[in-house]
Ligand binder design. Structure first.
Ligand SMILES: *Cc1c(COP(=O)(O)O)cnc(C)c1O
Length: 462
């Protein structure tokens, strides 16, 4: 499914409505230089012969910025070390989970202790009760939990549950929101009517995409129109209540309250996909930050403390429809895995007992202010969105509020910014349409070093 990239001359592949992957044409965007990554290059060349594109997740490839991904050896606190021994300040944090930094001691200890008891039983354990309890305690709308193995599994199961519970087919999603690689959510808005979504990966059938409606994020009129025309067919509305997957984008209070009111009035299930923002923007997720309660919540990333674990959860009345108490099928050989569960318990316990959110807000605000000044002094077009420790510097003069405005960013400039920072030892997300994450392991010195590097890079590329 090749197409002409909107932002460069490359023929790319559209992985979804927002991830534009340019496989070629960005090789000349590198600035700076000097780091030796010989071993990294050798290993990645080998990887390309062994795995498609050399990676086990498309988001890891440097398609949107050109060049080869860096091969890493280890992480410690706020830092990553590549196989050549270069050190980087890490603003990806494994795409979210590392809110307390790499090798957080309590998580490490819990994993070691769990390994001593066996790696998997496929039977109930006390640890599952403990993690479910911690989730219910943290997330204000959650009464009952099912543990799964990834964020994708969580959203896939939540969608099935919403459909089984309501007996309806249609799911509403928003352009630029990512919910994992669930077939029915790997769709883009069709060109004419919002009611006709189209697959945006080969292998997703028209039949599957036909049951999904794609609307604009923050578009209150759009969602009102959808409910006016098809309210009795809509099983669920799913959204990122703080969006991180088109870069960081904040919902307006009007948008959230319209979603809550319309789903309630029409008997549809409101699903907050908190895989990224849960335990990140606040201990109780976006729902506690904004005071808007969904019917179902999906979690991943932080909830597993860096191990493969996800969860879908919500009102007892709905959750009880999951097999075996109800009829909606769901199962998993490794679900509630003791190692992943131990990591999750240690992580959520640390976040509850010693909440990092105030400090995260302070150092994140420091980074935002610094980047703003750096970009302003260079005089380029930019805007910054931030919610807590999620942030994006957009190469776009206008505030980004939805996918339409996000897609107007200068991604060529972003690629240069990205490589300039890499060469200065700063590891940022490799796409304009990903949020960066600050961890509690980042020091003020790390932040200031990042600001200085950004200032130098922005001045160079403007
Ligand atoms: C990462 C992410 C997912 C998918 O989670 P995986 O663990 O990668 O399957 C789903 N929803 C959101 C909002 C995410 O950020």
């Amino acid at each position: 499914m090749g197409f002409n990239c909107e932002h460069c001359t490359a023929i790319g592949t559209r992985l979804s409505d927002y991830r534009i992957i340019c496989f070629d044409g960005l090789e000349n965007t590198k600035v700076g230089g000097g780091m030796n990554r010989t071993k990294s290059k050798t290993e990645f060349d080998r990887a390309k012969t062994l795995m498609p594109g050399g990676v086990n997740s498309a988001a890891r490839a440097f398609g949107a910025v050109g060049g080869d991904p860096i091969v890493f050896d280890r992480g410690q606190g706020a830092y990553l070390f590549d196989v050549d021994g270069n050190q980087y300040i890490d603003y990806i944090g494994s795409w979210g989970p590392m809110i307390l930094g790499h090798q957080f001691q309590a998580v490490k200890d819990a994993v070691h202790a769990a390994v001593e008891k066996g790696t998997s039983f496929g039977a109930p354990t006390v640890a599952e009760n403990e993690l479910a309890d911690l989730i219910i305690e943290a997330m204000p709308s959650v009464e009952m939990v099912r543990l799964v193995n990834s964020g994708t599994e969580a959203t896939m199961s939540a969608i099935r549950l919403a459909r089984g519970y309501t007996g309806r087919d249609v799911v509403v999603k928003f352009a630029g929101n990512y919910h994992g690689h669930v077939d029915s959510l790997l769709v883009a808005a069709g060109s004419a009517a919002a009611t006709l979504a189209v697959p945006n990966s080969p292998g997703v059938t028209l039949g599957t995409s036909a049951d999904t409606m794609v609307l604009g994020y923050n578009d209150v009129e759009g969602i009102e129109a959808a409910f006016a025309s098809s309210g009795d067919k809509i099983a669920a509305v799913i959204l990122e209540p703080v969006c991180g997957n088109m870069g960081c984008v904040t919902p307006t209070p009007e948008f959230l309250s319209a979603l809550r009111n319309l789903t309630q009035a029409n008997g549809s299930v409101l699903i907050f996909d908190e895989v990224m923002c849960g335990f990140r923007v606040a201990g109780g997720g976006a729902q506690s930050l904004f005071g808007v309660m969904p019917d179902l919540t999906t979690m991943g990333k932080i909830v597993g403390g860096g191990l493969p674990l996800g969860a879908f959860a919500g009102k007892k009345e709905i959750m009880q429809h999951v097999l075996p108490s109800g009829k909606v099928y769901q199962a998993g050989t490794l679900s509630g895995n003791p190692i992943a569960t131990a990591a999750g318990i240690a992580m959520l316990t640390a976040l509850r007992d010693d909440p990092p959110y105030q400090r995260l807000e302070a150092i994140s605000a420091r980074l935002e202010t610094g980047l703003r000044k750096a970009a302003q002094s260079a005089g380029g077009d930019f805007s910054i969105n931030r919610v807590g420790s999620m942030m994006t510097l957009f190469f776009n003069a206008h505030t980004v509020t939805d996918w339409e405005s996000a897609s107007k960013c200068d991604t060529q400039k972003f690629a240069k910014y990205f490589w300039g920072l890499i060469e200065r030892g700063i590891y940022m997300p490799c796409s304009q349409f990903e949020a960066l994450f600050i961890s509690n392991a980042h020091t003020e010195q790390d932040i200031d070093k990042t600001i200085d590097a950004a200032k130098a890079v922005i001045a160079e590329i403007k």
